[in-house]
Design a binder for this molecule. Sequence first.
Ligand SMILES: [Zn+2]
Length: 432
Amino acid sequence: MSIRSILRIVSRKSFLRALTGCTTILFLGLILLGGCKKRQVTVPTPLMNADPQYWVRVLLLNDTNNCTLQIPSAFNIENADPNQQTQALSTHIYQHDEQTRIQLSNGAFFLAGKTFECRQIIISTGSPHIFSLNGNDYRGKLKLIIGPDGNSFDAINLIPLEPYLAGVIGAEMPDYWEPEALKAQVIAARTYCLYIKRRFGPKRNWDVSKTAAHQVYLGVSSESAAIWNAVHQTEGMVLTCKQNNGKEDIFPAYYSSTCGGHTESSRNVFGDSFEPLIGVPCPFCKNVAKPKFFFWPMVQIEKDYITNKLFQRYEKISLLGEIKDIAVAGQSNYEDFSRLTRIEVLGSSGKKENLRAEDFRLTIDPTGNKIKSACFVLIDLGDSWAFTSGRGWGHGVGMCQCGAQGMARKSKTAKQILSHYYPGSKISTIDY
Ligand SMILES: [Zn+2]
């Protein structure tokens, strides 16, 4: 066994970023311990009359051909097909808390015994504006869109921003954490959502997915009194910074589970450059994250497996020939550790290709549950690579969630927490 090369790396985008992080694990653990018991819904869905710019379209189901819907009261079905002038297909159906199966029939929706000859419908309910899709409760409305092939459809939750956040925060952070940490998390999540909606929404039928690819969204099951308090006490608050045009505006307020001691510059991970995302020291997460998450154990992966993953994802790498070496091409160095920012793949053709370390890590381990961050040393074991000296969980950009909890334990306010992790940012408030 010989040590041929040593790498150091770190991780990708926000919590699915962060959901691959410790807080999510803690949360999922709570769900399991709780036997999936549904929380009592005590809060009416607020802001149902909010301006459309403050609604969020969350992709719940992608390319499905059936689902079950349950609504304990009357609901309305509206023709939302932009290519049809009439809304004449709107109707009312009353269900006695029975499940209704939604499926496609000859390219049209079939539910509750009726066929709806349109490619998009919106299902809405009365107060408290809650419906159940495949057994999970969500607030707001449900939009269904038939795909181009006519054989499948997407299910999208239309929901005002504030109740959306109530469905996110309990999934991204344990609700028993310090109230100031929860409030900082809400403000970051609100800012991130609005930024993503504005940047990508016009190109898609939805704004965000329900997974860690954006922010984990569990709907009503994420809610609790503590979560709603954090949402209400920060209502409308977002983070802004000075943009390239000199104006103050929102920015992608990324966050991740455990930075390992220093957050990373967004330029090195996502390729964008906003002043508040430059990376800052974080002495706060070490005492909050579990030791096995702060220092994660060695991961050993066969070289053939890594080669296949890289070839499948990157055609440019498959053209290099047999992979001969993987080496560090860039790293951020901190006081007692480093985070890989770029890696270089050398092929038998003699040519090289360069990748972001975060993309490299998540190509090999898409869940991020094994190679938890790009803070590691890569050791050549002959037939396999060992990822050792692992540290932190998540991409490390923006707020460190465990660090936010650490600061809140030291009596820091949400504003102080956000000022630390997003230096130069300001808090503005949306007027709904
Ligand atoms: Zn940290």
